[in-house]
Design a protein around this ligand. Structure first.
Ligand code: SDX
Length: 427
């Protein structure tokens, strides 16, 4: 017997189908609500609204569970590498050796970025925020790869996918080189995906960049932890832009812009700036906790709280542990790590945070590791974007293959009702 929900509007009853997912999540299917009743639903911020059915990522906010294609984030962070996870998210299965080798070869074949793209980045002032530069460069890629726009076949989509996976890290590294006034490097095809990114970011002149295994392993793990997170703000942006068939690069560019915000991916930069402010202010964490609780104070505890996780963000647990290990292995003694731990302790014992189920999220500790690795604060969200790229691609591909309709939400109008025009002399 199909499950239904019954709602009553002005004395009339309507039955709406209930949809149950593979993890027993339940939804009321309202696709026929307006045609049957004339009514729509209203849900600012989509806190209670499912935009789609998806088979990519499952998260349980109450239990602090995160899985990519059924594999736990804990196992993937421990046992997989970033490119394997990218393949898993995009195509649905862990690759065997030949599939992974072919995938990387296809990516390497596309890793040269058109020299004229250097003219595009040269137009930016050094003061430009790397996320704004990255979003612009990603959109500009379309001009040099016009065949990546109208991709209707899986083969055409695959070609666009390997292109953006190849070129995006190059552009990400260029945003750092631009800020430092250094020459723009292309990928070294003898290096792995993460090693190549680090070299493009940090190589000095012609002196070969010396890879540090601790840094490579830590960055690989951080990229895995950021790779997907179901229908978050930037992924929803990628899906809705992609739903107009605007093309993959334009959709990813829009996702970069959405991720930039301090309430979303920009929080990792804001966390470090907050911890630095606390340190400069003498390290009084209680003062900042009280500011965060004060409704008249716009200050929020950055890196705390989450739309879905009402328990610990499982990624935060992994990153917190990694922060201790990486700083010890690198011999870095960063006082803001202790401030972060002190802030976390005070917050987790404070009724305001307990009542609102506010816990550290993925952004609370990640910046401390990036900093220890020598990555400038303004580049933290760029690193988040490099990690989230496979997730954005997977979600865009799923939306296109499922031939989902163009995203176009409704609204409830609350403005002026009809009124007559007044000539200016009568106003
Ligand atoms: C990411 O969605 C994803 O999956 C995102 C992400 C991903 O991987 O893609 O996980 C990545 O974006 C993580 C979140 C990073 N952002 C931050 O750390 C910024 C600080 N956090 C908050 O701005 C906030 O918690 C949000 C934006 C993350 C979530 O906001 P919601 O779900 O809209 O919750 P809300 O603003 O309605 O807050 C509920 C209550 C409010 O208090 P009351 O009005 O009920 O009294 O909790 C309070 C808020 O004022 N609150 C906070 C707080 N977060 C929420 N109070 C102080 N400090 C905070 N950080």
């Amino acid at each position: 017997m199909a499950k239904v929900a019954t709602i009553e509007i002005e004395g009339k009853k309507y039955e709406l189908p209930i949809v149950v997912g593979s993890e027993n999540e339940t939804a009321v299917d309202i696709t026929q609500l307006r045609s049957q009743s004339g009514a729509i639903t209203l849900d600012p911020g989509y806190k209670n609204t499912g935009a789609c059915e998806s088979a990519i990522t499952f998260l349980d906010g109450e239990k602090g569970i995160l899985r990519y294609r059924g594999y736990s984030i804990e196992e993937l962070a421990e046992k997989a590498d970033f490119l394997e996870v990218a393949y898993l998210l995009i195509f649905g299965e862990l690759p065997n050796k030949s599939q992974l080798d072919n995938f990387y070869t296809d990516i390497l074949d596309q890793s040269i970025v058109n020299e004229d793209m250097k003219t595009v980045i040269k137009g930016f002032p050094e003061s430009a925020h790397p996320m704004g530069v990255l979003s612009s460069l990603t959109s500009a890629l379309t001009a040099f790869n016009p065949k990546s726009v109208n991709v209707d076949s899986e083969e055409e989509m695959y070609r666009a996918i390997v292109k953006i996976l190849a070129k995006f890290p190059v552009l990400a590294a260029w945003t750092l080189r631009k800020k430092k006034g250094e020459d723009l490097l292309n990928r070294d095809t003898n290096l792995g995906y993460v090693e190549s990114l680090l070299r493009m970011m940090f190589q000095k002149g012609t002196k070969p960049y010396k890879q540090n295994k601790t840094v490579v392993d830590a960055l690989d793990k951080l990229l895995i932890l950021h790779a997907d997170h179901e229908q978050n703000c930037s992924t929803s942006t990628v899906r809705i832009v992609g739903s107009s068939h605007a093309g993959l690069f334009a959709s990813i560019s829009a996702g970069v812009s959405a991720l930039w915000g301090p309430l979303h991916g920009g929080a990792n930069q804001a966390v470090i700036e907050m911890l630095e402010e606390i340190k400069a202010d003498g390290g009084d964490t209680t003062k900042f906790i009280n500011k965060a609780k004060d409704k008249d104070d716009p200050f929020r505890l950055m890196g705390f709280g989450h739309r879905v996780y009402k328990n610990f963000d499982p990624r935060a647990k992994i990153i917190k542990k990694a922060a201790d290990e990486v700083l010890a292995q690198l011999g870095v003694d960063d006082p803001i790590l202790e401030i972060a731990k002190g802030l976390e302790k005070v917050a987790l014992e404070d009724q305001y945070f307990i009542d609102r189920k506010l816990y550290p999220n993925v952004d609370f500790y990640s910046g401390i590791i990036y900093r220890a690795m020598g990555i400038p604060t303004e580049m933290f969200t760029v690193m988040f974007a490099v990690g989230r790229l496979p997730g954005w691609i997977a979600q865009w591909r799923e939306m296109r293959l499922r031939k989902e309709p163009i995203g176009r939400p409704r609204q409830i109008y609350i403005g002026e009702t009809q009124r007559k025009f007044k000539m200016i002399e009568n106003r």
